[in-house]
Design a protein around this ligand. Structure first.
Ligand SMILES: *Cc1c(COP(=O)(O)O)cnc(C)c1O
Length: 353
């Protein structure tokens, strides 16, 4: 059981209105305004490069991150995989933080499909990688070893913003050794809002960056790989190989465009709500709450084992979905408002009364 697998059977959730679903910021549904954007999208066959909505989105994202080009993907997993395969050949390896998504939750795609070795590096609870530790994993030129080509980092990690100085220093050290550096920035917009640093500043030290539109930004589908033109050219072929080239995909890209134009600033609300939730729940002595400095939209709740299943059921009966309460991840997103948070805090208190 991992954080992405529910251990309850709330599959009927879509039949309910007003459910407060904390499992992930991926559960958001597109707003009416976002859906209206589809009707105005100038569609075409994107395999021919003729979908104007996709071209607009890719151009917009490249500019936002200050890179040469961007490519639209159906998922963050495929975008990360493509990035790794763009930077590494068969028999080469990528260094990846042990607890990062690319190491744990992407089914080792780079090894399975690309013959790329993954060497994982220890990560602290807050997501940091020690530079010396990273450097010590770069292999010498020796036939016993795979050739180290890439370092993969992640921001935010478990909802925690990574100190930009640390990321810049890691990237610089890796570059000096001739490695490329990729950032899994599935929730990089949360780091942008938290830190006030521009997306350009957050990504300037990376050769490639993957961003998700379907997390806090609220688009139904889609991720973007952003990089220099040569890397995107390779990625374009790899995306075809992986079956990720789609036709009139402006239907979903136009939702992504709406998300980038309208849903970035509002992430602050999610951070405020998470903080409110953490503060409210921390008054319950049975729970231990993890929401420290650098946390954004996720609150982690540890509940005593004997209460977990009962509490989940108690909350679900009140329209609140939380799961895996050994270290339950409560994710705030655009489907959850401040008044919901107050109701949730009251429901938790009522259970423990
Ligand atoms: C969601 C996520 C991804 C990509 O996941 P997909 O479900 O494939 O879009 C990658 N990295 C992190 C950290 C994520 O949270």
């Amino acid at each position: 059981m991992n954080q992405y697998t529910s251990n309850t059977s709330h599959s009927q959730k879509n039949e309910f209105n007003n459910l407060i679903d904390f499992r992930s910021d991926t559960v958001t549904l597109p707003s009416k305004e976002m859906l209206q954007n589809i009707q105005n999208a100038r569609l075409g066959d994107d395999v021919y490069g003729e979908d104007e909505a996709v071209n607009e989105l890719q151009g917009y994202a490249a500019k936002l991150l200050g890179k040469e080009a961007a490519l639209f993907f159906p998922s963050g997993t495929q975008s990360n995989l493509t990035a790794i395969l763009s930077h590494c050949q068969r028999g080469e390896e990528a260094l990846i933080g042990k607890n990062y998504h690319t190491n744990l939750y992407e089914a080792q795609g780079a090894s399975v499909l690309g013959g790329v070795g993954i060497c994982h590096i220890d990560t602290s609870a807050s997501g940091s990688i020690n530079i010396e530790e990273m450097l010590s994993q770069i292999k010498e030129d020796d036939p016993h070893y795979a050739v180290t080509k890439l370092l993969c980092l992640e921001n935010t990690f478990s909802g925690q913003v990574q100190p930009q100085g640390e990321l810049d220093a890691l990237a610089k050290a890796a570059h000096r050794k001739g490695l490329k550096v990729h950032l899994d920035g599935a929730r990089l917009f949360n780091a942008h809002i938290y830190s006030g640093l521009s997306m350009k500043k957050l990504t300037s030290c990376f050769d490639s960056v993957s961003i998700c539109l379907s997390k806090g930004l609220g688009a139904p589908v889609g991720s973007l790989l952003v990089a220099d033109q040569a890397t995107i050219n390779k990625a374009h072929r790899l995306r075809k190989i992986l079956g990720g080239s789609m036709r009139q995909v402006g239907v979903i890209a136009s939702c992504g465009m709406y998300a980038l134009k309208n849903n970035i600033q509002r992430l602050q609300e999610d951070h405020d709500n998470a903080k409110l939730l953490a503060t409210g729940l921390s008054s319950i002595s049975e729970l231990s709450i993890d929401y420290g400095e650098r946390h954004t939209n996720m609150v982690f709740v540890n509940c005593p084992e004997n209460h977990r299943a009962l509490l989940e059921k108690f909350l679900f009966d009140r329209g609140i979905i939380v799961t895996n309460l050994d270290r339950g991840r409560l994710v705030c997103h655009l489907g959850i408002e401040e008044k919901d948070i107050l109701n949730v805090i009251n429901a938790f208190k009522e259970y423990f009364k």
